[in-house]
Ligand binder design. Structure first.
Ligand code: GLN
Length: 201
C-alpha cells in the first residue's frame, strides 16, 4: 500500500482481545495510517507498530498467552516493530509488577503498580506537559490507572504527576502511557506513536 507521496503507508495494529481497542482504531483511522485489529499472532505480520489498549490487564495477559502473543510480540519487537501500551497495556508490557497478578509480558525494564491512584480516587483528568508533544499540555484521562514504581536505565520519563510519579515513558521504540489518549479528541499522542513506528524517533 502506498500513500499519495509515494511513501509506504505506516501500518499500526491494535491488539483486539479485550478492552477499548475500537477507540484506538477510530483515532488511527483519522490519521494517515493503515490500521487493523490484531486477534491472532499472524495478524502482527508486517506491522510497523502495535498498540495494547486499556482494559483489564489480567484478561489481556490470559487471552494473550492462550494465543501465543507473548512470544510473537517479542519476535516482532526484535524485528523492529514499535509498541505502545496504554493503561492496562502499560501493565502488560512491563517486566515487573508490584502486584501478584498477572505475569506481565515483560518487554520494558520497569516496575508498574496497578490501580496506583485507586486509593485517592478511581478516575480523574489532568492537563499535563508531555516531552515530545508540542503546544498546550495534554488532557490526560486516568481510569483506575497504573503508574511506574521503578524505572530501568534504558527507560526515559516523558511525563509525571504529583511531581515525580511517571505516567508516560519511552524505551527505544516502546511507549507506555498510564492514561487514555484514545478517549479524547486530541490526536497528538497517537501522532507521536505513528512517528515512532514510521521513523524510529
Ligand atoms: N486497572 C486496570 C488493570 O489493572 C487497568 C485499567 C484501565 O486500563 N483503564 O488492568
Amino acid at each position: 500500500m502506498r500513500s499519495g507521496a509515494g511513501k509506504p503507508l505506516t501500518r499500526i495494529g491494535v491488539l483486539a482481545l479485550q478492552g477499548d481497542f475500537h477507540e484506538h482504531i477510530q483515532v488511527l483511522e483519522s490519521l494517515e495510517v493503515a490500521t487493523s485489529e490484531v486477534r491472532l499472532p499472524t495478524h502482527l505480520e508486517g506491522l510497523d507498530g502495535l498498540i495494547i489498549p486499556g482494559g483489564e490487564s489480567t484478561t489481556i495477559v490470559k487471552l494473550g498467552d492462550l494465543y501465543g502473543f507473548r512470544e510473537a510480540i517479542r519476535a516482532e519487537l526484535d524485528r523492529g516493530m514499535a509498541l505502545w501500551g496504554t493503561c492496562a497495556g502499560m501493565i502488560v508490557i512491563a517486566n515487573e509488577l508490584t502486584d501478584d497478578r498477572p505475569t506481565p509480558f515483560g518487554y520494558v525494564d520497569m516496575k508498574v503498580s496497578r490501580n496506583w491512584f485507586g486509593r485517592q480516587v478511581d478516575s480523574f483528568e489532568q492537563d499535563i506537559a508531555i516531552d515530545g508533544i508540542d503546544g498546550d499540555p495534554y488532557h490526560c484521562v486516568f481510569i483506575r490507572a497504573p503508574a511506574v514504581a521503578r524505572l530501568g536505565n534504558s527507560v526515559e520519563v516523558l511525563a509525571t504527576v504529583d511531581g515525580d510519579t511517571p505516567i508516560a515513558v519511552r524505551s527505544g521504540k516502546i511507549l507506555a502511557t498510564a492514561f487514555h489518549p484514545e478517549l479524547t479528541d486530541d490526536t497528538r499522542v497517537h501522532e507521536m506513536f505513528v512517528n515512532l513506528a514510521r521513523n524510529g524517533n
